[in-house]
Design a protein around this ligand. Structure first.
Ligand code: NAD
Length: 258
């Protein structure tokens, strides 16, 4: 933990501060999730394959940085073993993901599809497996929150590779939830609609045709801010959600209603 980390205080619904491991922690949504846990009094570890970005982002948030590629199962297992020796991890947020692979079903190269499945599905699985083994060895308990997408339930032309990977994330969430319940480990997902991360905002500034096209699909108006997503993640990881497991909570401004 860096010296700038806040003094931990119990977060709402939690008996004591927890250690929260957030993958893809250098990205827009990951940083926002880290900020929300830290504000609630928890400790955050940001894991990302972009070592330079996560090393730069973590100290500003009062978090710890960890360079980790979630597709490397051996590296993931070693990281969780190391963290177990340093006090353990209570909450895993599987937020790392690739969003940028697009292509029509008639056009997409199989290798491009494979690359997205490797990170979004197999990477998420690697993290769940290593975390679950760690928690079971520690006597059970803990929570996992996977970051899915409503795209897993509602198609947009050209985005099917990404969307089907997120449908798999919802399914893996239910798979892990039913098997890990006996160990007191809850597994849920948060499924955002489009979120205005700094990167997305650059690509579709307010007033642009692309922004309008997305906004017009959302009954509550504009795209989500990252701060619209993070509180649901904190809630699902808290003891206030102690009787909730296996759900994928849409945070989408009502887009799934349309
Ligand atoms: N931005 C949106 O509109 C939106 C909507 C719905 C869901 N999501 C989901 O939210 C999550 C975060 O998205 P974001 O918008 O913040 O994206 P982002 O690109 O800003 O962040 C993703 C982070 O994941 C990291 N990453 C990628 N592959 C990795 C790997 N193999 N190992 C470790 N880290 C890896 C990247 O380096 C990056 O820092 C993703 O799972 C995404 O699918 C995003």
């Amino acid at each position: 933990m860096t010296s700038s980390a806040p003094t931990p205080t119990p977060s709402p619904g939690s008996a004591e501060p927890r250690t929260v491991l957030i993958t893809g922690g250098a990205g827009g949504i990951g940083q926002s999730i880290a900020r929300a846990f830290i504000a609630a009094g928890d400790r955050a570890i940001l894991a990302d394959r972009d070592a330079a970005a996560v090393t730069a982002a973590a100290p500003e948030l009062g978090a710890e940085a960890l360079a980790l590629d979630i597709t490397d199962a051996a590296a993931v297992a070693a990281a969780l073993n190391d963290l177990a020796e340093r006090g353990g991890v209570d909450v895993l947020v599987n937020n790392a993901g690739i969003l940028s692979v697009h292509g029509a079903v008639t056009e997409l190269e199989p290798d491009a599809y494979r690359s997205i499945l490797e990170v979004n599905v197999i990477g998420t699985f690697n993290m769940i497996q290593a975390f679950a083994r760690h928690r079971i060895a520690a006597g059970g308990g803990g929570a996992i929150v996977n970051i899915s997408s409503i795209g897993g339930r509602q198609p947009t032309p050209g985005m099917g590779a990404y969307e089907s990977s997120k449908a798999a994330v919802d399914s893996v969430t239910r798979w892990a939830a039913i098997e890990l319940a006996a160990h007191g480990i809850r597994v849920n997902a948060v499924a955002p609609g489009p979120v205005l991360t700094p990167m997305l905002e650059m690509g579709m500034p307010e007033g642009s045709a692309a922004r309008e096209a997305w906004s017009s699909r959302i009954p509550l108006g504009d795209l989500a801010k990252t701060t619209d997503i993070a509180p649901s993640v904190v809630f699902l990881a808290s003891t206030d959600a102690g009787h909730i497991t296996g759900v994928s909570l849409a945070v989408d401004g009502g887009q799934l209603l349309t």
